[in-house]
Ligand binder design. Sequence first.
Ligand SMILES: C[S@@+](CC[C@H](N)C(=O)[O-])C[C@H]1O[C@@H](n2cnc3c(N)ncnc32)[C@H](O)[C@@H]1O
Length: 196
Amino acid sequence: MGFYDEERNIETYVEMAEGLDGRELVDVLKKHLAPGSTVLELGMGPGKDLALLAEAFAATGSDRSQAFLHRYRRAHPDAELLFLDAVTLETEQRFDAIFSNKVLHHLSVGELRRSLQRQAAILNANGLVLHSFWFGEGAEENHGLRFTYYTDSTLTAVVVPEFAKVACVRYREIEEGVSLYLLLRRSSNSLPTPVR
Ligand SMILES: C[S@@+](CC[C@H](N)C(=O)[O-])C[C@H]1O[C@@H](n2cnc3c(N)ncnc32)[C@H](O)[C@@H]1O
């Protein structure tokens, strides 16, 4: 059982994240993606960004934590939600974009690479991905959770050939420059990896 599978941990997270959301990131996506496009959010947690995404797009939320999914489902009975691990992404659905906010740093570098390959496979042609990370170097473990830190160059090195880099930008969240987002577009000439 992982950290985010326990009710008391997710309530602690909700309190800690009070007043924070990914509006700035959602605004970046809005500049590159047509309104009404389909967007999958990975690791939605409390769902604040899912609500922002749903203002402009046909948004589907997902998480590997049933506790977070149940919590959101109680408040939004009609929401489109999937129980998904960001590494394996076992779904038959296809999307125009995939978004996450401070989720993929919990993966190892190898898992992030596998995740990006699967993301390319479930994206429509010319689909986009936008993911945020913590800026820095190395990795550490805290409360049983992995934290992998990236710079522009270490993050760019993980990008698989199915994608072309659009942008990798440091931005302010709580403090200046501690966050980093990566925006990729699926290369139109890339052959989609067969869906397992
Ligand atoms: C730091 S929280 C961020 C939650 C939300 N995106 C936000 O900005 O508030 C990390 C989230 O990632 C989810 N998560 C961690 N590892 C995951 C994985 N392998 N697959 C899917 N979700 C994962 C956790 O369950 C949790 O909801």
